[in-house]
Structures are given as C-alpha cells and as structure tokens.
Design a binder for this molecule. Structure first.
Ligand code: SAM
Length: 260
C-alpha cells in the first residue's frame, strides 16, 4: 500500500505560528523528515515515539543532497508510511518543495502541500511592520540573495530597484554588500530603510535596522546568526516603539559558514 507525503510548512520558528493542519499532521505522521530551519521548539511538538529523519545537516554541516532527500521521501512513501516532510517557512517559497513534489509525482507517490507562514511574514510581524502600506508601497517581492553553487547573482536589478516595492530578501546575508550596491546602481535611494531580522519569531531573534548604503557594514560590525531575512523599503522604517530594534550582542557567533 502506498503512503502519502505531506510537504508541510513549519513557519519561521515560533510553534504558535504553525497551522492547525500542520500540527495535526505532525502528531499523526509515521515519520517526520525535517530540514535545518525547523526550530527545536517545533520539533518538540513531534511525539517522542515518532521516527525522525534529519536531512538538513550532516557531519561537517553539509546539507543532504536534494536527490538523496527525494529518494528518502519516495522510499518512505512507497513503503506505505504517512510522511511529514517538514520545512521552514512555506514549502513553496525558496523551499525546494516544488522539486520534491515533481519527484514524488514521477514516482507515483501521493503528496500534498500544507502551507506555512513564510519568513518575511514572520519577521515583519515580529518587528511590528507591515510588508505593504498604503501610500508607501504598491507591492512586495520575495527575492533570493543567493544562487545555487555560489553562482553569480544574476537578478533583474533594474526591475527590483523600485522604492515603491518592498523587497524581502532571503538567503542574502553573505551578499548584502553586492545586493545593496546593485540596487543603488539602479537608482534605489541610499537612505532607503532596511531591516535585518535574524532567527525571527524564536526566543533567539535579533533585529538590526539600517539603510541601503549602510546595512552591509552594519552587518559586518554586528554579525547575526543565520537565518537572516532582509526587508528593504519604506515599510522598514515603520517599526513601532513597542518593537524597538534588538541590537545584536557583541559576542554573537559568526554566521554559520554552511548557511547562506
Ligand atoms: C532556503 S530559504 C527557506 C525559506 C522558507 N521556505 C520560508 O518560506 O521562509 C532560507 C532563508 O529563509 C530566511 N529565513 C527562514 N527562516 C527565518 C527566520 N526564522 N528568521 C529569519 N530569516 C529566516 C533566511 O533568509 C534564510 O536564509
């Protein structure tokens, strides 16, 4: 009998931001296959007796290759198990959920997406800012700040350089100097507000506020532990007094080398 694989979004970290459906599936699954962005607080909700397979990290901090993850999911599904494939944020936003779904379809394994709150939403809410705001922004774009295999960042900089659109930059910590320079090169104002949020919605959250021209240097002076998300745009200045920036501790560990 064939099982089923649920591609589940775990949200940005706070267990209260899991959907009810995700929680039910986690508690009923035969096996949980989880990646490195799933917070320990969420993993604590998995019943102790449930089998767990960690695919986000292996010895030396190298992620398990995607084709190996696909094989694990197919084999578990083919053996009749209900599999909770748990990913940080939303499985369909920079989460490679689409690739896993394609492989499962090709192997004839039933699967289903269970959406999660993406990091940009979690980080913005934790900082008390909206991602769009009437009169300030007309849109929002989710952008990757990292390319597979450290390939060049060949983004469409001209189209991204719109101060009326909020940019939520994922995986951008290592490339923020280039990203900000490219955007300013296309006319984005140097003083455009930027908010960097590390480990958003977890007890370890840190926030850093700067400008487009200054954010890379600020980050170099105040390293933030991964994962870090950047919100670039006028909305980043709307942070309410109740959510004042949390200045990173001087002793913050350096960005984990293996995380973008
Ligand atoms: C591979 S992407 C996964 C995105 C995920 N699927 C989502 O929807 O949030 C990893 C990037 O997401 C962002 N990210 C994920 N969780 C985060 C968190 N709790 N705080 C800050 N950034 C986060 C960071 O930019 C990180 O480099």
């Amino acid at each position: 009998m064939t099982g089923k694989v649920y591609l589940i979004g775990a949200g940005p970290g706070d267990p209260d931001l899991l959907t009810v459906r995700a929680l039910h599936l986690l508690q009923g699954a035969d096996v949980v296959v989880h990646d490195r962005l799933v917070s320990p607080e969420i993993m604590d909700l998995v019943p102790a007796a449930t089998r767990r397979v960690a695919v986000g990290k292996a010895a030396g901090c190298h992620p398990v290759p995607q084709d190996r993850i696909n094989r694990i999911l197919i084999d578990l599904g083919a053996s009749g198990l209900v599999v909770a494939r748990l990913k940080g944020g939303d499985p369909g936003i920079f989460g490679r959920g689409g690739e896993e779904a394609e492989e499962l379809t090709a192997a004839g394994i039933p699967w289903e997406y269970v959406p999660g709150i993406t990091a940009a939403q979690g980080a913005a809410a934790a900082a008390g800012i909206p991602l769009t705001h009437r009169g300030l922004t007309t849109g929002l774009r989710y952008v990757t700040g990292h390319r597979a295999g450290d390939a060049a960042l060949d983004l469409d900089w001209a189209s991204l350089a719109d101060p009326g659109t909020t940019l939520a930059v994922y995986m951008g910590a290592a490339n923020m100097a280039e990203i900000s320079a490219r955007l300013m090169g296309q006319g984005m104002p140097a003083d455009l507000p930027v908010l960097a949020v590390s480990q958003a919605t977890t007890p370890r959250e840190r926030r850093l506020r700067g400008t487009l021209s200054g954010i890379a240097a600020l980050l170099a002076e105040n390293p933030m532990p991964a994962p870090v998300l950047f919100i670039i745009g006028h909305v980043a200045a709307l942070e309410s007094p109740a959510h004042l920036p949390l200045i990173p501790q001087a002793a913050c560990p350096a960005l984990a080398a293996c995380l973008p």
